[in-house]
Design a protein around this ligand. Structure first.
Ligand code: ADP
Ligand code: ASP
Ligand code: MG
Length: 449
């Protein structure tokens, strides 16, 4: 297969309704290199599926939530000259949603949750295929579970790269000569065929993984903003789109909360050196951000990100004084409970660290068992209500005056923890969630305006 393949991924708002999907179809038609279209669930559908999968609901509430999903999908179907076969397929998926939501073990079985969570993308890929066909594209709806093999970690499946490459060559590549393949983001399957998902926002990651497996020339992420901005444009109107970014900068931004890209998106792109474009499906003519290996400029400050729902855990014990192996024991417990720690600070008798703890997701792991294990060796305090604000840039450790300028900008706020120095691309602050938008705005004003 030649390298001239482009993967185009369209997020939830881009496939929210018939008109939005028509814009996506035009974008696909415009570039003959686009052979794979990866789609998210229509906006709002995954959140409704989360309610069904994670909250104890009455029969009436389940019916009401299923009805909301049905209305979103039917509004799209109503605008299509779809065949009976297509509406039958949609009805079958809607019926499966209801039956999974009513399953007596839905709240306790992660495999059932993932089956349910995958439905948004499965419905949207079905309908997007029809919109493309209606616009004259030879589109094929393709079940990505035939290719995107993950391990069996439901809720955040880990892609099995060798198997993905092998299966892509066997069953996906042959389809690309004749068709534009329309497939599901976010969804995968383990080797036993159980449906898995890649974590919230995972469709970006899917697009990058497929780009890697097909050794694509480029990967486009079409969303509701005209590129990656200096900060989330929802926080401050002064945010500006960036024409280019390096893989490292984009990876840091995604990891530290820039929702526009799933945190793992840059890994496959970096491995194969595949440029990633981010643009708006509503306004494709406005261009966007190119994320590439080497940028012309490597500014000290590139962007500011915010990550919400951070928890700070402090483990304190006088035994730590002069003790050896104490950190090892604390981190042993953290590893055993599969927690991923972000910021760490230590003092003579205490260690504090932060964790991502979003509710209603598999990432919510700081549970009673973890705390009980830590309490067996020390006094434990858990504090919630923090956000992590990060300045992303380059050469931050070696450039003079970088930290003083940043500290100056946040001097009016109560900062609970600072992390700087582990790599040249970021400086992070833990702040009260009520302050975080103001912290971002103040930093943005001082560093970019
Ligand atoms: P999609 O559904 O297309 O995947 P997302 O909602 O996941 O879209 O991501 C797009 C959103 O990301 C934007 O609407 C914006 O509010 C948010 N965002 C956060 N940080 C940034 C940033 N630095 N640049 C652009 N958008 C950002
Ligand atoms: N639909 C999934 C979500 O809302 C995946 C995605 O949109 O990227 O998280
Ligand atoms: Mg997204």
């Amino acid at each position: 297969m030649s390298k001239a393949i482009n993967i185009a991924k369209f997020g939830g708002t881009s496939v929210a309704n018939f008109d939005a999907i028509s814009n996506c179809a035009n974008i696909v038609k415009h570039n003959p290199e686009t052979r794979v279209m990866v789609v998210s669930a229509a906006a709002g559908v995954t959140n409704l599926l989360v309610e069904l999968a994670f909250s104890p609901l009455t029969q009436a509430q389940i019916a009401e939530t299923c009805e909301k999903i049905r209305r979103i999908e039917h509004a799209i179907l109503a605008r299509l000259d779809a065949s009976e076969a297509v509406s039958d397929k949609l009805e079958a998926l809607l019926a499966e949603i209801e039956s999974l939501a009513c399953h007596e073990e839905i709240l306790h079985r992660d495999d059932l949750k993932d089956e349910l969570m995958s439905m948004g993308e499965r419905m949207s890929s079905l309908l997007c295929t029809e919109v493309l066909k209606q616009q004259g594209v030879n589109a094929l709806n393709f079940d990505i579970r035939k290719v995107l093999v993950t391990d069996s970690t439901f809720g955040e499946g880990v892609p099995q790269l060798d198997l993905i490459a092998q299966r892509a060559a066997e069953v996906l590549t042959p389809e690309l000569t004749e068709h534009v393949v329309v497939t599901q983001g976010f969804v995968g399957a383990d080797i036993h065929g159980n449906t898995t998902t890649l974590g919230r926002g995972g469709s970006d990651f899917t697009a990058a993984l497929i780009a890697e497996a097909l050794d694509a020339k480029s990967c486009e992420i079409w969303t509701d903003v005209i590129g990656v901005y200096t900060t989330d444009p929802r926080i401050t109107k002064a945010a500006k789109p960036l024409p280019e970014l390096s893989f490292e900068e984009a990876a840091e931004m995604a990891t530290f909360g820039a929702k526009v890209l799933h945190p793992a998106t840059m890994e496959p792109a970096l491995r194969r050196d595949i440029p990633v474009f981010v643009g708006s499906s509503r306004e494709p003519e406005k261009g966007g951000t190119w994320i590439v290996k080497d940028c012309q400029h490597e500014p000290a400050y590139r962007a500011i990100t915010r990550r919400s729902q951070q928890v700070m855990v402090t483990v304190k014990t006088p035994q730590m004084m002069y003790a050896q192996g104490y950190l090892e024991r604390v981190f042993g417990i953290i590893a055993q409970h599969k927690l991923s720690v972000d910021l760490v600070t230590t003092s003579e008798i205490a260690i504090s660290f932060t964790l991502d703890n979003p509710p209603n997701s598999v990432a919510e792991r700081l549970n009673k068992a973890t705390i009980a294990d830590l309490e067996a060796m020390s006094e434990v305090t858990v504090e919630k209500g923090f956000d992590l604000v990060t300045v992303v840039g380059n050469h931050m450790q070696s450039a003079k005056g970088v930290s003083s300028r940043i500290f100056n900008a946040v001097s009016d706020f109560n900062v609970r923890m600072i992390c700087f120095g582990a790599n040249p691309h970021n400086m992070s602050f833990l702040v009260n969630e009520a302050d975080s938008a103001n912290v971002v705005t103040a930093l943005h004003r001082d560093l970019f305006e």
